[in-house]
Design a protein around this ligand. Structure first.
Ligand code: NAD
Length: 368
């Protein structure tokens, strides 16, 4: 490794601070600046990380700082704007999910990333870096997962009863956001069970609307999708159902077994694994919330305080691969194409929901 990557983080919200703490632990990065228009958010970030320089204006930060890379952590509506700006300045970009907010932005970003082939754009698909999903990628590489037939996936945040708005200094972007667009955590891992040339093909979606006072447009939104190779997926997205704690679950039924992702656990039903299983036929791997791999010399207590272990280690693995691609001139570990395959279904789902559930064909910029 030569010099660390001079890195700026765009925004100082909760996700930005979490990423900044992890970036600060990795020797591949030097966190030099962060920006946020909101003074209280900048103050919050400064409390956790006094070292970087803070800017009110992202544009000014990008103009004044000498940078190698940026990490975009704004609400989804600004992801594309700042990614395009950074690419134009010759920087590498770790973009947040969802990769874009509209189909038009998808076309712009697709063209921009392809016209900057020497810069890495990586879609920050955290869920694909969780240990349970990394295990699936490993099994896939050894031809052990089969091809998806049907999958069900739920992404539901916990909500208190009665509803109490989160104490945030800026309005939560989720309040005006169609939950069905927040689909990459659920659809991203499914790419492991689809052939390279398969994509989500059509989608229909319905929202519940509001049944009791809360901040969100819909309590829940349900999408039904199919892939070009005829697998079917049901996807529930919710920021507003009464339930305790996060509920991130996926069940994938393939032509070779059943794979269940339950929060941090992976369960596998494959008859050939049965002799290793305590319960008949189901092998369960409880990964826990904390990274298991410590080949690197991280101080454990710092890792634990860095945003709950950085999504069970996922943020570490993701940032490591981003740096590795830049230093070793490798292709993006999560390319713009992959990012759009997992993001665009949510955008078309939102259009479907507006029309009460019409079936929508999902289009991709490379096919238009
Ligand atoms: N990958 C994951 O697991 C994960 C988890 C949570 C959130 N996210 C993503 O992270 C993003 C931020 O989510 P959050 O929960 O931190 O939201 P948040 O509301 O806590 O923070 C967003 C911040 O962006 C700031 N901002 C707005 N416009 C800006 C601009 N022009 N320049 C700089 N900053 C600006 C806001 O002031 C706010 O502080 C969202 O896109 C969300 O999808 C991803």
């Amino acid at each position: 490794m030569s010099e660390p990557l001079r890195t700026a983080i765009i925004a100082c919200g909760s996700r930005a601070i979490q990423m900044a703490k992890i970036v600060s632990l990795l020797p591949e990065f030097k966190l030099v600046a962060m920006s946020d228009p909101h003074p209280d958010q900048r103050a919050e970030a400064y409390k956790a990380l006094p070292e970087p320089k803070y800017y009110e204006s992202t544009e000014e930060m990008l103009e004044k700082e000498t940078l190698d890379a940026v990490i975009v952590e704004t609400p989804p509506k600004q992801h594309t704007k700042y990614t395009l700006m950074a690419l134009d300045l010759g920087l590498h970009v770790m973009g947040e999910i969802p990769a874009v907010d509209t189909y038009e932005e998808a076309v712009q970003l697709w063209n921009a990333v392809n016209s900057h082939p020497d810069q890495v754009y990586m879609c920050g698909a955290t869920a694909n870096y969780r240990q349970k999903v990394r295990m699936l990628s490993y099994l896939k590489a050894h031809n052990m997962v089969g091809k998806m037939v049907y999958a069900e996936s739920e992404y539901a945040h916990g909500m208190e009863r009665p509803f109490k708005p989160r104490q945030k200094v800026v309005e939560d972007w989720r309040a005006s956001y169609d939950a069905c667009r927040y689909c990459t955590h659920s659809l991203g891992p499914l790419l492991n069970f689809m052939e390279e040339d398969d994509v989500f093909d059509t989608v229909a979606c319905m929202g519940t609307g509001r049944h009791f006072p809360c901040n969100w447009k819909d309590h829940a939104m349900v999408s039904i999708l199919n892939t070009r190779k005829n697998a079917v997926v049901r996807f529930l997205a919710s920021f507003g159902l009464y339930k305790s704690g996060p509920y991130h679950t996926t069940r994938i039924f393939t032509d070779d077994g059943m794979f269940e992702l339950y929060n941090e656990k992976l369960r596998i039903f494959k008859p050939e694994f049965s002799e290793f299983c305590e319960k008949p036929e189901i092998m369960e791997i409880p990964f826990g919330r904390f990274p298991m791999r410590f080949e690197r010399d991280f101080p454990v207590e710092k890792v634990l305080s860095a945003g709950g272990g950085g999504h069970g280690g996922a943020d570490f693995y993701m940032l490591e691969e981003f740096a590795d691609a830049i230093f070793n001139k490798k292709p993006s570990p999560c390319s713009i194409k992959k990012g759009l395959v997992m993001t665009l279904p949510g955008i078309f789902a939102a259009e479907s929901a507006k029309e009460g559930g019409t079936l929508k064909k999902i289009i991709y910029p490379w096919e238009a």
